[in-house]
Write a protein that binds this ligand. Structure first.
Ligand code: FES
Ligand code: FES
Length: 159
């Protein structure tokens, strides 16, 4: 398989690696970097479990080529908590019991983080619209929307 040299930043850390051109971003962060917080469920850009941010925008890492992050910044769920201190979005998911098995949770947290960065005070409708690419099989969506509202009231993404 052809390979390319990739220079990127993952969770603030510079990474330079030679990668197969067909390697997905999900396999890159999970298998090459050990960042297994990013989950793969459908593997076909349907469920959002694999959502990470590339230059601040949410992408489905299962369907995104790792080589395409060359020169760009990747943020995974491991890059959110600062020194173990959860972000308001992470705290709100816990406080609102917005998870059960938790498999979908990193994807929701990353998507919600991107939303609050762009829109610090979203309405319920805006939240539902923004998260409509993320599926949860067990919790239901009301606690998740409530968690994003709580995070918004708590000051957004940083505090
Ligand atoms: S695992 Fe990527 S969208 Fe479902
Ligand atoms: S908490 Fe289990 S899939 Fe969402």
């Amino acid at each position: 398989m052809p390979e390319l040299d990739v220079s990127t930043t993952v969770n603030g850390r510079p990474v330079e690696m030679r990668l197969p051109t067909r390697l997905t971003l999900a396999d890159f962060v999970r298998d090459r970097l050990g960042l297994t917080g990013t989950k793969v469920s459908c593997g076909m850009q349907v469920c959002g479990a694999c959502t990470v941010l590339v230059d601040g925008d949410p992408v489905s890492a299962c369907s995104y080529l790792a080589c395409d992050v060359d020169g760009r910044e990747v943020l995974t769920v491991e890059g959110l908590a600062d020194g173990g201190e959860l972000t308001p979005v992470q705290r709100a998911f816990v406080d609102c019991s917005a998870l059960q098995c938790g498999f979908c949770t990193p994807g929701f947290v990353m998507a919600a983080t991107a939303l609050l960065r762009d829109e610090p005070h979203p309405t319920e409708e805006q939240i539902a619209h923004h998260l409509d690419g993320n599926l949860c099989r067990c919790t239901g969506y009301l606690p998740i929307v409530e968690a994003v509202l709580k995070a918004s009231r708590a000051g957004g993404i940083d505090e």
